[in-house]
Design a protein around this ligand. Structure first.
Ligand code: PMP
Ligand code: GLU
Length: 389
């Protein structure tokens, strides 16, 4: 009964595990969830207040497919102010989360057999969406030594005549790597003279702890022309359930294709959500986001030290986002087995590295309060100490 197309798609592992942990909690099981990829902070008040006002003013009508004029304007202002990127509002499309932006883009650019270069560890959904669109993910394994970032040379060696696109994710999920301007310029040099499109997923943009975030499209004219900037408010606006994402590019043919696709699928994204996004985009919630970031930083520092004190585990300190990608190779190289037993016996939910394309690791999200982090890591330490292969 089902199409061949849906048969190639796997369920999102991150969503499956966080749902399981939520269900266990609802059933009264004292599980600590390190699986959630969402901030534990509430959406800032200014955003909620704006929505209430917008509702009272009758904002419930359809908007144009790419978004209402004032929402698109706010995105353009944000991209100029934060990232020094000059996009016209006609070059921006809002989507139902950044995942939907990626989905739309791949549907519009991939033909059967086209290759998309994805550095691993990668966020679980990239290869799945590429496969669903008929493409072949070309996975390039990165190393701890380079903070899990792809090098220009690795990229050069992965390019073939079928290469259509590359996905960059800075700060990255699950490793927290942040690409510097020089690294992006070196990547840009390799791409010069090709037709390869860069999908730059910048959803963790505001959560960097050391170096400044650099937008991929901002490093050179050539990169500006070939990059699709993808962002949203799930992480940096503490609005994951609202489903607000957007894409911007100067490839007008692509923008038109995405608008056409969206006109036959979701139409516009929720008009109410669009209204709420405006103050977040215009920086009115920046103080809330700065507070959230300071808490993440405190948790990261505590958790990295605590994990590295557990014999058999090790982690590279992430420069951004809110995850730790922990090596468990010396305890149990099979990450699914490790995480399953950790959940059943240790009552801590984490995500196996294999879902991110690298076995022998597991992902911890530190988007939960410090007390839970301390309790959960103590459980992990006890579990590892008593682990029998
Ligand atoms: N990109 C990355 C790297 C992510 O971790 C997420 C998390 N969901 C997304 C995109 C999609 O976010 P959303 O669809 O909630 O905007
Ligand atoms: N991006 C988050 C994560 O990696 C949320 C879940 C998802 O969409 O994958 O956990």
């Amino acid at each position: 009964m089902l199409s061949k197309r849906i048969g190639v798609l796997s369920e999102s592992l991150t969503i499956a595990i966080s749902s399981k942990a939520k269900e266990m909690k609802a059933n009264g099981i004292d599980v600590i969830s390190f699986s959630a990829g969402e901030p534990d902070f509430d959406t800032p008040k200014v955003i909620k207040d704006t929505v209430i006002k917008a509702l009272d003013a009758g904002c419930g009508k359809y908007t144009p497919v790419p978004g209402a004029a004032d929402t698109l304007k706010a995105i353009a202002v944000k991209l100029k102010r934060d990232n020094n990127l000059e996009y016209k509002t006609s070059q921006i499309v809002t989507n139902v989360g950044a995942k939907h932006s990626l989905f739309n883009i791949f549907q519009c650019i991939i033909d059967d057999g086209d290759e998309v270069i994805i550095p691993s560890p990668y966020w679980v959904s990239y290869p799945e969406i590429v496969k669903f669109s008929g493409g072949n993910p070309v996975i390039v394994e990165t190393s701890e030594e380079n903070k899990f970032k792809i090098t220009a040379l690795q990229l050069k060696n992965a390019i073939t005549p079928r290469t259509k696109a590359i996905v960059l994710n800075s700060p990255s999920n699950p490793c927290g790597g942040v690409y510097s301007k020089d690294e992006l310029l070196a990547i840009g040099e390799v791409l010069k003279g090709t037709n390869i499109v860069v999908l730059s997923d910048e959803i963790y943009e505001k959560l960097t702890y050391n170096d400044q975030f650099v937008a991929t499209a901002s490093v050179s004219d050539d990169m500006f022309k070939r990059t699709i900037t993808i962002n949203g408010l799930s992480k940096c606006g503490a609005m994951p359930g609202w489903r607000f994402g957007y894409m911007a590019s100067v490839m007008d043919e692509l923008n038109a294709a995405v608008k056409k696709l969206q006109s036959q699928s979701t139409s516009n994204i929720s008009s109410i959500v669009q209204a709420g996004a405006i103050p977040a985009l215009l920086g009115e919630a920046d103080a809330d986001i700065a507070y959230m970031k300071s808490k993440f930083m405190e948790r990261r520092d505590w958790a990295v030290e605590a994990i590295n004190n557990i014999k058999g585990l090790s982690v590279v300190k992430p420069d951004g986002a809110f995850y730790l990608f922990v090596s468990c190779k010396d305890v149990e190289p099979n990450s699914v087995k490790f995480c399953q037993e950790l959940l059943e016996k240790g009552l801590v939910a984490t995500v196996p590295g294999v879902g991110f394309g690298m076995d022998g690791y597991f992902r911890i999200s530190f988007a939960c309060d410090l007390q839970s982090i301390k309790k959960g890591i103590a459980r992990i330490a006890e579990f590892v100490e008593n682990y029998k292969k």
